[in-house]
Design a protein around this ligand. Structure first.
Ligand code: IDP
Ligand code: MG
Length: 149
């Protein structure tokens, strides 16, 4: 089954929105298969955001993501990458569709509460940055039959 990496960024933790954010993804049908709280250091942040290393906002992004604790989760489900991205909303909260996490709760591009992998390939790479294989659980939920179509 497809997996994706989600991070509740430092603003989500500071604003006490971690539960709300994870809850919205869970209600969407995604299954939590790994979860941890951590504070990213610069090396981890630079690795995670390596694709953005030449962007003008890279240093601010690294400073922000390392500024406080975050919550990292691996979520599993059919089209998990796309489902999580859809539930998150687009990068700029002001342009995100109403009903998405970023539109409803986000402030601006820098403070947009959540990271979600953008492809299956990147999800695999990002999951490996945050979790060892043994930390990712495989289990069935009784309601799984209601969540597959
Ligand atoms: P995504 O988080 O929606 O996948 P990306 O383009 O991968 O968006 O960018 C990673 C993060 O970098 C965004 O979530 C946002 O916080 C920040 N970011 C992206 N573009 C800009 C920008 O133009 N100015 C400031 N920050 C940006
Ligand atoms: Mg991205």
């Amino acid at each position: 089954m497809e997996k994706t990496l989600v991070l509740v960024k430092p603003d989500g933790v500071q604003r006490c929105l971690a539960g709300e954010i994870i809850s919205r993804l869970e209600r969407r049908g995604l299954k939590i298969v790994a979860l941890k709280m951590l504070r990213m250091d610069r090396e981890l942040a630079e690795r995670h955001y390596a694709v953005h290393k030449d962007k003008p906002f890279f240093q601010d992004l690294v400073s922000f993501i390392t500024s406080g604790p975050i919550i990292a989760a691996v979520l599993e489900g059919e089209k998990a990458v796309e489902s999580a991205r859809q539930t998150m909303g687009s990068t700029d909260p002001k342009k995100a569709a109403p009903g998405t996490i970023r539109a409803d709760l986000g402030i601006n591009m820098e403070h947009n509460l959540i990271h979600g992998s953008d492809s299956q390939e990147n999800a695999e790479k990002e999951i490996a940055i945050f979790f060892r294989p043994g930390e990712i659980l495989s289990y069935n939920r009784d309601l799984d039959k209601w969540l597959t179509g």
